[in-house]
Structure formats: structure tokens, C-alpha cells
Design a binder for this molecule. Structure first.
Ligand SMILES: Nc1ncnc2c1ncn2[C@@H]1O[C@H](COP(=O)(O)OP(=O)(O)OP(=O)(O)O)[C@@H](O)[C@H]1O
Ligand SMILES: [Mg+2]
Length: 344
């Protein structure tokens, strides 16, 4: 699918396990305007070998992006789970801070630092004590994986501006689209095909992230095996009626979703205990897994907070008439976040 096509600023390109989503935004006087958007499925299943990823990606991007020049883009990190750590340090000049962070990172990360890439940002300034402190978020990823991804993106023809990690690109999207929901504790979940990212904010500041190796693909695989149908048939069975499907299908869906909910509850319980927090204002569901018919209602039965499906276009002009996009809008939350990182 490719719905709009103009030329201009950076692309946010979300390379997911099941599909590539590409978004281009332009800053306007009153916020952001959508310039281009599209999605292309990636091959999945037994026939697909990871060594063919570069070719599949090139094909997808060719269909989505029509720029003749090398398109400038921010993409998401596609390696293993990035390490995200939290740190509090006294306020100090920025160059000293960089050194102090490196020093502290060595204590927090169990891998040799020379093999890792470290990035950090100041999430908040704590003014409540005598000595003001920075609340920092550190991101650590394997250097060679970033280098490989960077080289692959260049080979495919992108002019890469940055590689971003998922919970942080989603943080940009949440802050931009949901400024009124940032009071108190807010949870957002990106339920993809192969993984789910859970993140919790307090007053808009990232405090917790966890990745579950669970997503929509696992549900499809379960139906495929149990009902002895093809992957595509199982996918259709899942997406058509979801929780309202016939009993034989529903039982397997519920079993998979219940296992998923237990894992989410574990994370929330950990956060509750760690930070002595009790109230969560909202849970925002993102990613295609959240689109399973009836899922949001079923899921909300297990949590006290309001549960909503994300609309990542809510504060962005230009998507109003795109009904195809609107129907699957939570799948674009990451792409929007990446495009925002490139254009802010
Ligand atoms: N209407 C629907 N009902 C049920 N599941 C759906 C629906 N639409 C999409 N999905 C599921 O959502 C998943 C794809 O979502 P998404 O595009 O967010 O994942 P991804 O970004 O490719 O994967 P990941 O984030 O894990 O790398 C697939 O597992 C798909 O089966
Ligand atoms: Mg995804």
C-alpha cells in the first residue's frame, strides 16, 4: 500500500518482523503534516531465510518510496533487545556528564564497553533535593550489529540520519499525540508480530521498559498447528473474527492471549513494587497485535486502568481522509515516532 506521494523531509521507516511501515512528516506552523505513508508486508514463514532480508527490504522500500535521490531516513534498530538503563547523577557540565555516564555505564552493563555503543539523554531534572540531579536514560546496543544495519541501509539506498530503539521512538509519538495523558503513570504496549515492547512513563518520563518475545505471529502459528491449516489461512481465521470466532478457534486464541496478559501483569507488578506506585492512568495499545477483534476489551478486563487503541495520527494533519490507514493506525505508531525523531 502506498497512499500519498510528495517530496521532502525525513522518512521514519519502521522495519518490523512482518512488514515495513514508512511515514514522512513535515513540521508546519501548527504541528506536523503527513506527507507520505505506506506499508508493505515482508515475506514470512518457512520459505523465508534471514539472509534474504536485505533483498526483501530493498523491494519493500522501492514500492514505498519514490524519491530518485537517496531518501533521508530514521529507522528502528532491528537487532536483539537493546539495553535500556536508568541513572540519576548530580547536575554537572555536559562534557563531565558524558564522562560520568560512561563510567556509570560500565557498572550497569555486563558486556565489554568497547563492543557496545552507548547513547543517553536527560529525561528530567529532579529539583526536589538540595543537590539538583539529572534523571538519565541510557541506551546500549552491540556496536557490530548497528554497523551491519547501517551498512545494509546504505546499500539499500537510504541516507541514514539515525537508528532509533523502539521504546524511545514510541515515546516521541506518545508525547506528541497524547500530551494530556502524561499525568501520573502511563503504560504503552507495542504488540508486533514477533515481540511486544512494554514501557511505563511517570509524568512523561520513561522509567521502565521490557521486551516480551511474544506477538501476533505466535497466535497464528498456534492456529496453524492446532487446526492443521496453512499460515495464511490461520492468519485470516485470527484477523477476521478474533475473539468472536467459533469456539474451536477462540479457545486457542484465549490461551495464547492469557499467557501474554500474565507476562504484562508481571511487568506492571514489578513496576508497582519497585516504584511503590498503585495507580495507572491509561494503557495505550499499539502495533498490529492490538487490532485482533475484541482484544482491547478482553485485555481491559484484566486491568483497572482505561485501555485505548492508539491513534498515532490524532495530532497530525493530513491523515483524516485516509480510511485504509485509519483502520490499521496502531501499526503506524512506531513509524510516526521515528519520523518525529527525524523532524523535531
Ligand atoms: N486485524 C487484525 N487482527 C489480528 N491480528 C492482526 C490484525 N492486523 C494485524 N495483526 C497482527 O499484527 C502483527 C503485525 O503487526 P505489526 O505490523 O505491528 O508488526 P511488526 O512491526 O511487523 O512486528 P514487530 O513489531 O514484532 O517487529 C501480525 O502478527 C498480524 O497477524
Ligand atoms: Mg513493530
Amino acid at each position: 500500500m502506498s497512499w500519498l506521494s510528495f517530496h521532502k523531509p525525513f522518512w521514519g521507516i519502521d522495519i518490523g518482523a512482518s512488514s515495513v511501515k514508512a511515514v514522512r512528516l513535515e513540521p508546519i506552523r501548527k504541528g506536523m503534516q503527513l506527507l507520505d505513508i505506506g506499508m508493505k508486508n515482508l515475506p514470512m514463514g518457512e520459505d523465508f531465510h534471514p539472509e534474504n532480508l536485505s533483498e526483501a527490504l530493498a523491494e519493500a522500500l522501492d514500492a514505498l518510496i519514490h524519491d530518485k535521490k537517496r531518501p533521508k531516513a530514521v529507522v528502528n534498530f532491528s537487532g536483539k533487545t537493546p539495553l535500556i538503563r536508568y541513572l540519576s547523577l548530580p547536575v554537572m557540565p555536559k562534557d563531565e556528564l558524558a564522562e560520568a555516564v560512561k563510567w556509570e555505564a560500565k557498572k550497569l552493563v555486563s558486556f565489554p564497553m568497547e563492543e557496545m555503543l552507548l547513547d543517553y539523554f536527560i529525561a528530567a531534572e529532579d529539583q526536589s533535593q538540595d543537590i539538583k540531579r539529572y534523571e538519565l536514560v541510557l541506551v546500549v546496543v552491540e556496536k557490530n550489529i548497528v554497523q551491519k544495519q547501517w551498512a545494509m541501509m546504505n546499500k539499500i539506498g537510504l541516507d541514514l540520519l539515525a537508528i532509533d530503539v523502539n521504546p524511545l521512538s514510541l515515546l516521541s509519538a506518545v508525547r506528541f499525540n497524547h500530551p494530556n495523558d502524561l499525568k501520573g503513570n502511563l503504560i504503552y504496549l507495542d504488540i508486533g508480530a514477533a515481540k511486544t515492547d512494554i514501557a511505563i512513563l511517570k509524568e512523561g518520563v520513561l522509567r521502565f521498559t521490557r521486551r516480551l518475545e511474544m506477538g501476533g505471529e505466535q497466535i497464528t502459528r498456534r492456529l496453524e498447528t492446532e487446526l492443521n491449516v496453512s499460515y495464511d489461512q490461520a492468519e485470516r481465521m485470527k484477523c477476521e473474527k478474533g475473539m468472536a470466532a467459533e469456539e474451536a478457534i477462540q479457545t486457542f486464541l484465549k490461551e495464547e492471549i492469557d499467557r501474554f496478559i500474565v507476562e504484562v501483569q508481571r511487568s506492571v507488578d514489578y513496576y508497582r513494587a519497585q516504584f511503590r506506585e498503585t495507580v495507572f492512568s491509561k494503557i495505550i495499545l499499539m502495533g498490529g497485535g492490538a487490532l485482533l477483534p475484541g482484544f482491547a476489551d478482553y485485555f481491559s478486563g484484566y486491568f483497572d486502568s482505561d485501555v485505548m487503541l492508539d491513534d498515532p495520527f490524532i495530532a497530525i494533519s493530513g491523515a483524516e481522509s485516509l480510511s485504509d490507514v485509519k483502520m490499521i493506525s496502531p501499526r503506524f505508531s512506531t513509524g510516526i515516532g521515528l519520523a518525529l525523531r527525524g523532524n523535531c
